[in-house]
Design a protein around this ligand. Structure first.
Ligand code: GDP
Ligand code: MG
Length: 598
């Protein structure tokens, strides 16, 4: 193939606007997938993706298409996730492409992530083809959406394509637009090899499979290659294309997208964002990689069964290969034993990761409540990072505490603006702007502490707006906040696992909630037990557990039947673990119930 006959493009959109369905139609129309094998959202291969109906991983596919000009083209499509937590997947896909189909739901119009993804694509210099999808819907308003494309996004709407991915309308027009408007890749087949690793997966039999975009030169079986960041050398075992199944090929040339297998067994050696070059004739410098993504939400993950710790480590390491945004470090907790403090890009990312660990690796886990990382300026001028309450120093040493803020963009019907603003104010948000996109639709922007967002902000917003609000956010750095660390003392002993950070104004209310809950969970002892909440040495709330014995299990655990059964079995084995906090005996399970629910 000639580079002029290659088009690399991705599909970007707000969640549910129809990316995966459009990808299905393109695969069908180009006969890439046999119609007998076709199923809906074909590219969503993970179980979780299929169940939740969302795309998590980017997926590349190579299609062949004979265009109206009579020529045969290779179209490399990369389907991408739409949810804000996964936008790092989107930016990686974009770096492997020259063009993007920006899909917009004809009934919903421009939403928060339509805008965010469009900006990402513009930043990367991609040719953007607006696609108005779902024109079959009775509520479709293509004219209104065309206007929004011009006024809200700032793109020329005259080139937009009207499509129904569901009914298969406008598919040939979309393919022709890709061929005509997306530029062919630039690059030089005869130059030294430079291939960008834009994703990778770990296969138990074949080791690391790197997804690459070859920018210059070519890569073939038997070649000695060099990973420029990790400085490791390997011999290529196989290269090939995604059709969408992996199919081996002779070579991958400049402009092409495919995979490379080189018997790489340790996950650290072939990193996403690295450049592969020829070991015998290396390129001068690597391609620009990706900006390092910093996790913003943290939680502790502990195996329910302590013997599972090594398995948990292995599982997290493997997941990390497919998910370069996942961070982790070992952590010990007095209540939960050995585990990991993991970092995520957001709550959905955390949720999905935990579910994958449970499902794909069959490990029973305890996840502690999510937290953010704080920056603390000490009186002596030093700045430290605190990812959990126990990292906080003595309050007398603290000069100022800073917390991460996000700039939150909310698209919602104007009727709900008052409610949304109240919610943002209650969560210590700072108003930025309010714009009417149409008389009925509003773009509201607030700067909000991330910690307030991760509690349950999105759920609250959804219920206040009956699901009509869409959000996007970006990090806007650390700002000084009036925060305090609240310690919880049981019978005079501070218990690390229960302490928390919050805004000073909310401390009393939050503390009361926590100690009331602990009162429920802590079994009565032979003596009266005081549960206190304090800021530094000042007690702000107190509850007492009356002396008397009582069965704990009956009270503690709502919800999860399998966990309950598991606990009962463990107790039968005589394994029930009690923790001594000073003189007070607390069952391990009470800790679990508290830490998970909180
Ligand atoms: P994605 O999140 O952008 O990948 O969206 P999906 O492709 O998963 O589609 C979201 C939902 O919209 C699914 O229920 C699709 O069946 C539906 N959908 C997609 N395209 C169309 C369309 O052209 N018309 C109608 N009526 N529904 C569509
Ligand atoms: Mg999808």
């Amino acid at each position: 193939t000639n580079m002029n006959n290659i088009r690399n493009f991705c599909i970007i959109a707000h969640v549910d606007h129809g990316k995966s369905t459009l990808a299905d139609r393109l695969l069908e129309y180009t006969n890439t997938i046999d119609s007998r094998k076709m199923r809906q959202q074909f590219l969503d291969t993970m179980d979780i993706e299929r169940e939740r109906g969302i795309t998590i991983k980017l997926v590349p596919v190579r299609m062949q298409y004979r265009a109206n000009d009579g020529k045969e083209y290779i179209l490399n499509l990369i389907d991408t996730p739409g949810h804000v937590d996964f936008s790092y997947e989107v930016s990686r896909s974009l770096a492997a492409c020259e063009g993007a189909l920006l899909v917009i739901d004809a009934a919903q119009g421009v939403e928060a992530q339509t805008l965010a993804n469009a900006y990402l694509a513009v930043d990367q210099g991609l040719e953007i083809i607006p696609v108005i999808n779902k024109i079959d819907l009775p509520g479709a308003r293509p004219d209104e959406v065309l206007r929004q494309i011009e006024e809200v996004i700032g793109l020329d709407s005259s080139q937009a394509i009207l499509v129904s991915a569901k009914e298969g309308i406008g598919i040939p027009e979309a393919l022709e637009a890709i061929v005509k408007r997306v530029p062919p890749p630039t690059g030089n087949e005869d130059a030294k090899l430079q291939a960008l690793i834009f994703d990778s997966i770990y296969d138990n039999y074949r080791g690391v499979i790197s997804y690459v975009r070859v920018v210059n030169g070519c890569i073939k079986k038997g070649q000695s290659i060099f990973f420029m960041a990790t400085r490791k050398e390997y011999e290529v075992e196989e290269v090939g294309f995604f059709t969408p199944f992996m199919s081996p090929a002779e070579e991958l040339k400049a402009g092409e997208v495919g995979y490379v297998i080189a018997n790489v067994k340790t996950i650290w050696e072939a990193r996403v964002g690295d450049t592969i070059t020829d070991a015998n004739s290396p390129a001068d410098k690597p391609l620009p990689g990706y900006k390092h993504i910093k996790p913003v939400v943290f939680c502790g993950l502990y195996p329910l069964d302590r013997d599972d710790f090594p398995r948990l480590r292995e599982a997290i390491e493997k997941l990390q290969l497919n998910d370069s945004a996942l961070a982790f470090e070992p952590e010990t907790s007095e209540a939960l034993g050995f585990g990991f403090r993991c970092g995520f890009l957001g709550l959905l990312h955390m949720d999905i990761t935990i579910e994958r660990l449970k499902r794909e690796f069959e490990i029973d886990l305890v996840a502690t409540a999510p937290t953010v990382a704080y920056e603390i300026l000490l009186k002596d001028g030093e700045v430290i990072e605190a990812r959990k309450p126990s990292d906080f120093p003595d309050p007398v040493k603290i000069e100022e505490i800073r917390e991460p803020f996000i700039r939150l963009t909310i698209f919602l019907p104007s009727d709900y603006v008052g409610k949304a603003m109240k919610l943002c104010q209650d969560r210590h948000g700072e108003f930025v702007s309010l714009d009417y996109i149409t008389p009925e639709r509003v773009k509201l922007i607030y700067d909000l502490p991330l910690a307030e967002f991760i509690v349950d902000f999105h759920d609250r917003l959804k219920s206040l707006t009956r699901g009509y609000a869409s959000i996007d956010y970006e990090q806007v750095g650390y700002r000084k906040s009036d925060l305090v660390k609240v310690d919880i003392l049981i019978h005079g002993e501070p218990v690390d696992a229960f302490s928390f950070i919050c805004h000073k104004d909310d401390a009393y209310k939050r503390a009361l909630g926590v100690i009331k809950k602990l009162k429920e969970l802590i079994p009565r002892q032979l003596f009266e037990v005081a549960i206190q909440a304090s800021i530094g040495s000042r007690v702000i709330a107190r509850e007492n557990v009356k002396p008397l014995r009582k069965n704990v299990l009956a009270k503690c655990y709502g919800g999860d039947v399998t966990r309950k059964r598991k606990l009962l079995e463990k107790q039968k084995e005589g394994k029930e673990k009690m923790k001594m906090i000073g003189r007070v005996q607390i069952p391990q399970e009470a800790f679990l119930a508290f830490l998970q629910a909180n």
